[in-house]
Write a protein that binds this ligand. Structure first.
Ligand SMILES: *Cc1c(COP(=O)(O)O)cnc(C)c1O
Length: 493
């Protein structure tokens, strides 16, 4: 039986406050304030996004940015013909990104008014587009090399060489776009051996992917060293394998760190780079970027040309309609922060990460006096502002990293634990060890220092960590059972 709904009274005295959240559209319209209250209430039960140290996604915006969001949400960026000036902003923002990554000016820059690239919905769409362009480029080359027919070439499954620390975006490429992953397995310090990429390359390899800041521990893949290996293999075997850099997080961090070896378009074999504008790019959730070195035989493969009065444009994205908000906010942040502002953000985040790391290094198990944690991140520089670690296995504790995650949640912090495993698409999604030196059932956790995690907040996180460890020391025995043992699983983003 449905309540007769009225719009009178306050939210809490109105019938809507007594109706369970349903799965069917109600008959009667509601007061806007009451609808807002319903949604606010629901959201208040979430973890606070500001205390979510598991995610890389930016959550802080100035009031002016919120105004910008309101303008952008009414603009469909796919309508290049109507919203020419908004699309001009897209192109200018894209050019700023390409310039930041030292992309050489393509020959058709003046004709097109922009680098080859696109604003996307996050890194995932950017990675998928880059992967597709590389796949089609490879097909052309493979056909010429083998003399096979189009049909035969299309029936041949190509591969991509990538570290097991790939983010789930790549799992989508493997599955949706029929690309077989060939893995390079790092050690638990997140380090890969450049030579291992070379061993995996064959004549069906569309590209090598280097990750600039893997999401597990924020370690950068050694792009310029991998580049040398790729050049050598290409020369020896007559291949044309290029590198895609997945710089989802590092794309807006590494350019502002002095100590990082060359990783962008300065590296000869780098053909494309993708990044999430909504991570350290500081834009709004749903912003991503992909930039190609050139159009010919690369981004051309995924471009649909759209013509409009007085101009000619190209559409790269997998989808058409989408709001202009991501582009607007990214442009806002570039203009607002400048390079100096981004440098300041990176400097601060790295400093806070170091503080958290140092404090955690100093935490000792009360009985044995041994350190509570062992660390998996890269230390204090040439990496993302991330602290990645695990409870010291030597301590043989009756609780694990996932228990610690639950205990920290008592202090409102969301710190997520992970298993050191990945899903192998080639083996029906079977779980395989992430690292060459650790069992797949071992766990770890990480703290991402986003720009809103200031020093005073980090101090609170450390005291919460202290309290959580004390709690687990006193109640840890059997606590493990409460979440069914080592079952921690989390879709990292
Ligand atoms: C976050 C991340 C992605 C996916 O990015 P979205 O912007 O969430 O789509 C891909 N690769 C890496 C390395 C990431 O960290």
């Amino acid at each position: 039986m449905e309540h007769k709904l009225t719009n009178r009274g306050t939210y809490y005295s109105a019938p809507i406050a007594t109706i369970p959240l349903g799965n069917r559209i109600l008959e009667a319209p509601q007061h806007p304030r009451h609808v807002l209250a319903t949604i606010r209430d629901q959201h208040s039960l979430d973890f606070s996004e500001l205390l979510n140290t598991s995610s890389y996604v930016n959550t802080v915006f100035e009031p002016e940015e919120e105004a910008v969001v309101k303008i952008g949400m009414r603009i469909n960026l796919a309508d290049q013909t109507v919203y020419t000036q908004s699309f001009d902003l897209h192109n200018r923002t894209l050019n700023m990104v390409a310039d930041l990554w030292n992309c050489p000016k393509p020959v058709d820059f003046d004709k097109k008014g922009c680098y080859a690239g696109a604003g996307t919905v996050g890194s995932t769409e950017a990675c998928l587009l880059a992967g597709l362009a590389l796949k089609f480029r490879w097909r052309k080359w493979y056909k010429a090399r083998t003399g096979k027919s189009n049909l035969e070439v299309r029936g041949t499954i190509p591969n991509i060489v990538i570290s097991t620390q790939f983010q789930a975006a790549w799992e989508k490429l493997f599955k949706y776009m029929d690309v077989e992953p060939k893995y390079v397995v790092p050690t638990s310090d997140g380090k890969v051996v450049p030579e291992h990429y070379g061993n995996q390359i064959d004549d069906k390899t569309i590209a090598v992917v280097c990750i600039m800041g893997n999401h597990y521990a924020g370690v950068y893949d050694p792009v310029s060293e991998v580049d040398k290996v790729v050049s050598r293999v290409n020369k020896e075997k007559g291949f044309q394998v290029g590198i895609h850099v997945d710089a989802a997080s590092g794309g807006f961090v590494a350019p502002f760190q002095e100590e990082v070896p060359e990783w962008d378009f300065r590296v000869p074999n780098v053909l494309s780079i993708s990044a999430s504008g909504h991570k350290f790019g500081e834009s709004i959730c749903g912003t991503g970027w992909v930039v190609w070195r050139h159009r010919e035989d690369l981004s051309d493969h995924v471009a649909i040309s759209v013509s409009y009065l007085g101009g000619e444009g190209e559409s790269f994205t997998l989808n058409f309609s989408r709001p202009a908000t991501g582009v607007y906010v990214q442009f806002y942040k570039f203009l607002r922060l400048g390079r100096e502002g981004y440098r300041g953000l990176v400097r601060n985040s790295m400093k806070v990460a170091k503080y958290i790391r140092d404090e955690m290094k100093a935490m000792k198990h009360p009985k044995s006096g041994k350190p509570f944690f062992t660390f998996l991140d890269n230390g204090d520089d040439n990496c993302l502002p991330v602290v990645a670690c695990r409870l010291n296995p030597e301590l043989n504790l009756p609780y694990d990293d996932i228990d610690l995650q639950h205990a920290l949640a008592g202090g409102h912090w969301y710190v997520s634990g992970y298993k050191m495993s990945f899903h192998d698409v080639a083996k029906d999604d079977q779980e395989e060890p992430l690292f060459s030196d650790q069992d797949k059932d071992e766990t770890m956790f990480r703290i991402v220092v986003k720009s809103n995690l200031t020093m005073p907040m980090a101090q609170n996180l450390i005291s919460t960590m202290d309290a959580a460890l004390k709690f687990l020391e006193n109640h840890g025995e059997g606590y493990n059972q409460s979440h069914g043992g080592r079952q921690g699983k989390h879709a990292a983003c």
